[in-house]
Design a protein around this ligand. Sequence first.
Ligand code: 13P
Length: 263
Amino acid sequence: MAAVGRVPLIAGNWKMNLDHLQSIAFVQKLAWSLKDAHHDYATTEVAIFPPFTDLRSVQTLISADKLDLAFGGQDVSAEESGAFTGEISARFLKALDSSYVIIGHSERRTLHHETDDEIARKVAAAITHGIVPLICVGETAADLEEFGPSAVPVAQLTAALARVPKATDVVVAYEPVWAIGSGLAATPEQAEQVAMALRAVISDVLGAGVASATRILYGGSVKAANIASLMREPNVDGALVGGASLDIAEFSSIVRFLKHVGT
Ligand code: 13P
């Protein structure tokens, strides 16, 4: 379980699912479901990452209904403004009250050829605008075979933190590419081993104080059935959930992992 002082974070990455109308109904139902279950947001923080076109609707609903859900974008431009067709700046996300932004998801690294340097610039842009970057790292099955479990995530995180000022709040998500959408999550031991190596990187780059305060999430086929065992690991402070974040009963059950941590 997360060390004292680190509030676990369960984050839902919706990817390219749910339009803005669907997002309103979904967030209402999710909030009701968690309220019904007496979820205490002080013990486990909940964040959702809808598509850009949903963010204004989600912000309006969360603010009007005073919901405790945090939210943010799934990507951000490294640039401030200008001739960058299709891009969204950190300033725009902040103007919509985004607390977080996902940066460097493996789908963007692979499908959109994002480089480590670009990711480091995006991280810096988010921080400049007061948004906490949720930095994703993870190895492919081929990387795992060639370099072992931690080498690629460690190198990716080192690069992503290159422009981060000391004493900055970041969240890191370890998402092995082979576990994403595969139904085959990493074992708790595998997740812990890499999370520990990532915490050592944060300590080297940003100092021991920041390292002990930083949440490191696991992502890749997280479900209600495996969250409790992952959360028992000392360096795993939450989860970045893809497919299961689109199912309200399943996602609420993941959020309430403390209730089934003994199971
Ligand atoms: P799944 O939970 O669907 O495996 O996706 C994980 C992920 O990519 C979250 O960012």
